[in-house]
Design a binder for this molecule. Structure first.
Ligand code: HEM
Length: 290
């Protein structure tokens, strides 16, 4: 290789490296993986706890004589043998094989969530509660660490706080996402800010608050909590709904990461380094840069 070619490729490499920026602080990365792991164990142990009473209610009473059930998963005998069902607000769906009645062929049993979706896979409420509460405290501590670090190092103000400009960008961001057109910039786009902010400031705190409201030991410490949330049964229904929303967020989160370039995205949330789009060659004033 002659010297001109060498210097040309070196210049090319430098230009390429110039697009590599340090985007995620160690606190963001550490807390991200701690809550991802905690939520994984909390989801599977939570489904095991739910299996002990696979109904959800709204209001302060439950049981015989009241019809305040909003969700029920169960099994029933039919002319075609036992079937699993899920009833949501009175609408019944046959969910045999997954919800209500599941297991290996010939060894099916009545259980709300199947054994592959619970921790432990067999019925053991005691172990599930120990796992659930252990990771609940890890999640709560992690969220507090994230909040303090994010306030101190400016991550929350710089990357997540909504600005007027975000509102103007929203239609453009929606169109870009629909077309799977992603811009790799230092800043989060409006939809990312909404999704991450929604998870960190709404869903996770609500999950923790409704979890605390369900705990009988909290009655003496925060007696008003149960009252504010409409009773223990309503708190349980909100807790379950937040779980469903977090699972939906997770699915979309993973799809977006795959679509935006998984290597670059994963590198940023593991090492902090992120490759941004190279600056446009013939930078013309655009609506955004103007
Ligand atoms: C329950 C699981 C998860 C939750 C609740 C979650 C939530 C979040 C949140 C709130 C952020 C923004 C963090 C901040 O700016 O402070 C984020 C960023 C990120 N997450 Fe997750 N995450 C989860 C799992 C995962 C998994 C499994 C992966 C990888 C396969 C992943 C990859 C990423 C990446 C790459 C970013 C940075 C996105 C960017 O910089 O554009 N996440 N996640």
């Amino acid at each position: 290789m002659d010297s001109a070619a060498t210097s040309q490729s070196a210049a090319g490499a430098n230009a390429k490296d110039a697009t590599l920026i340090y985007r995620q602080s160690r606190w963001t990365r550490l807390t991200h993986w701690l809550w991802a792991i905690s939520l994984f164990f909390m989801l599977l142990s939570g489904l095991q706890i739910f299996n002990a009473r696979p109904q959800l209610y709204i209001g302060k009473q439950s049981g015989f004589g009241f019809n305040n059930t909003i969700l029920e998963i169960g099994a029933e005998n039919t002319n075609n043998g036992p079937r699993g069902f899920t009833a949501i607000f009175g609408h019944r769906f046959d969910t045999t094989g997954v919800l209500g009645w599941s297991g290996p062929p010939g060894q099916e049993t009545p259980r709300a969530f199947p054994s592959w979706a619970t921790i432990p896979s067999y019925y053991d409420l005691g172990t599930a509660r120990v796992v659930h509460f252990f990771f609940a405290w890890i999640l709560t501590t992690t969220l507090l660490v994230w909040l303090i670090a994010g306030l101190v190092n400016g991550h929350i103000r710089r990357d997540l706080a909504p600005r007027l400009d975000d509102l103007k960008r929203l239609p453009r961001d929606v169109i870009d996402h629909a077309k799977l057109k992603f811009h790799h910039t230092r800043e989060y786009n409006t939809l990312q800010k909404m999704a991450y902010g929604g998870v960190l400031f709404v869903l996770l705190p609500l999950m923790i608050i409704t979890g605390l409201a369900m705990s009988p030991s909290m009655d003496s410490v925060l007696p008003w909590l149960n009252e504010v949330l409409g009773g223990r049964q309503t708190a349980r229904s909100i807790h379950f709904t937040v779980m469903v929303l977090l699972v939906l967020f997770f699915i979309v989160h993973i799809l977006m990461i795959l679509a935006a370039g998984p290597i670059n995205e994963l590198r940023s949330i593991i090492t902090g380094w992120y490759r941004t789009d190279p600056p446009a060659k013939h930078a013309e004033p655009t609506e955004r840069s103007a």
